[in-house]
Design a protein around this ligand. Structure first.
Ligand code: HEM
Length: 449
């Protein structure tokens, strides 16, 4: 790749010297969800809406911080491709095989890595499969799963809502939507998590994930079910089995951690912000409004890799060269002073945030993701009405990642669980798996963005 070529300002943040000179590191032990926003503002001041950063030692890229520039980056595919095979550094053999970013941006025959007609073909199949989810059934099954999970820890009077709640729900729900049982869904989650670890673990994880999804595809080819895999296999777009497999990987990876983060961060703001909580109980705000506050201020994916410049150009005041990697600075673009009111507070009801991206690749699962998150938050509020934090707010830490914005833990206590009547399983692992959502015949349209 040619380097980012800053036209203005010095390197800021934690400067590192890469092959192309000093840039700000978007990684490192001191950068987490708490410190990142200050780095974005420093970069914006020093470089404007597009800033040179390094995402790993020797791997430079452009971070797009401006709201307007991010809209252009996501909408203008002819200038900014999704296909990592255009990445200059990779083509020049300068990305180490164990670079942590590779599992995220390595090419697969899936919608996330395709442009134009090829993207539209896969996107139609994925969007139709997602739009076929029956919302009432999804809500019912998320609620049942949430209640079963809460019943697993209710007797303890305390829990970490990240590991004991938020992390369990989307995984189970998405696995169910794919037509997997809980156990195999759990194995798939482990395999997907392994994908982004050290390279030997990643190889095994990749094999295991491939085996699970191959088995699932074979089974659904034999017996069509009421699930996303069957919907993809039988879609008129005629995806190959390999394409189905890789699109499933993308859905799982894109959908799991993001939804975990959305649930946990929403619970955090409800627990930590008494004004918000009382507006909610007084009916002045809805849970959906709280979900939007999170999407504006703590987007579950703070930065998303990537696009690749298809030609040399000036973009956001910078000289960008063909093959350069550009990172979607979703959190920074949401905080762009150009789109926020003077007091810096996002307007309730305004959904012009970029937490789901924008343009042809905007997240196709916004409706089901919102429904899962809203139901997860609603259910725990009703079942554990006197929920409170069991540590000072200052002890809550964000996970150290340039990409994901999620809490490490959310310790809480409660005294009077209001659980539905019926047998209460003694451990989370024994929680019964509810029936999984049926599919719609009438297809809701994804929320316009
Ligand atoms: C059920 C949960 C979810 C599923 C199945 C899902 C699935 C997907 C898929 C398949 C894509 C690729 C779209 C394409 O390339 O055309 C995508 C993109 C994306 N999703 Fe989601 N997603 C989920 C939840 C979320 C959540 C909760 C967020 C964050 C609030 C999110 C943020 C994004 C972003 C930022 C992109 C990239 C957009 C771009 O490249 O321009 N997703 N998602």
């Amino acid at each position: 790749m040619s380097t980012p070529h800053p036209t203005t300002g010095p390197a800021v943040g934690c400067p590192v010297t890469g092959a192309f000179g000093a840039t700000a590191a978007l990684y490192g032990p001191d950068l987490d969800g708490m410190t990142m926003p200050a780095l974005y503002e420093e970069l914006r001041r020093a470089h404007g809406p597009v800033a040179p950063v390094s995402v790993a030692p020797g791997i430079d890229a452009w971070l797009v911080l401006g709201h307007r520039e991010l809209l252009r980056l996501t909408r203008e595919e002819q200038d900014f491709s999704h296909d990592p095979r255009r990445w200059g550094l990779l083509r020049e053999g300068r990305v180490p095989a164990d670079a942590p970013i590779l599992p995220m941006v390595g090419w697969r025959p899936a919608l996330l890595f395709a442009d134009g007609q090829q993207h539209r073909r896969m996107r139609t199949a994925v969007s139709d499969a997602l739009a076929g989810i029956n919302g009432h059934e999804l809500r019912r099954s998320v609620r049942a799963t949430a209640e079963a999970v809460i019943a697993g820890f209710a007797a303890h009077g305390e829990a970490d809502l990240v590991s004991a709640y938020a992390r369990l729900l989307p995984m189970r729900v998405i696995a169910g939507l794919l037509g997997l049982d809980d156990r195999t869904g759990g194995e798939l989650v482990e395999a997907v998590a392994g994908l982004v670890s050290a390279s030997s673990v990643a190889r095994d994880a990749s094999r295991r994930m491939g085996a699970i999804l191959h088995g699932l595809i074979e089974e659904k080819r034999r017996t069509r079910g009421d699930d996303i895999v069957s919907a993809l296999l039988h879609h008129p777009a005629q995806l190959t089995d390999e394409e189905v497999l890789h699109n499933l990987v993308v859905m799982f990876v894109a959908g799991n951690q993001t939804t975990v983060n959305w649930i946990a961060t929403t619970l955090r703001i409800l627990l930590c912000d008494p004004a918000l909580r009382s507006s909610l109980s007084g009916g002045h705000l809805s849970v959906d409004d709280a979900l939007d506050v999170v999407l504006w201020r703590f987007p579950p994916t703070q930065n998303f890799p990537a696009r690749y410049a298809t030609r040399d150009m000036t973009f956001g005041g910078q000289d960008v060269r063909a093959g350069d990697m550009l990172i979607l600075g979703l959190a920074a673009a949401n905080a762009d002073p150009e789109v926020l009111p003077d007091d810096g507070t996002p307007v309730v009801g305004n959904r012009s945030h970029l937490a789901f991206g924008a343009g042809p690749h905007t997240c196709p699962a916004q409706d089901p993701a919102r429904l899962i998150t809203r139901t997860a938050v609603d259910t725990i509020r009703h079942r554990l009405p006197d929920l409170e934090l069991s540590v000072p707010e200052s002890e809550l830490k964000w996970v150290n990642s340039p990409w994901s914005k999620g809490l490490g833990t959310l310790p809480v206590r409660f005294t009077s669980p209001q659980l539905p009547q019926g047998p209460v399983p003694s451990r989370t692992a024994e929680a019964p798996a509810p029936a999984w959502p049926h599919r719609n015949t009438a297809r809701p349209q994804p929320r316009p963005h």
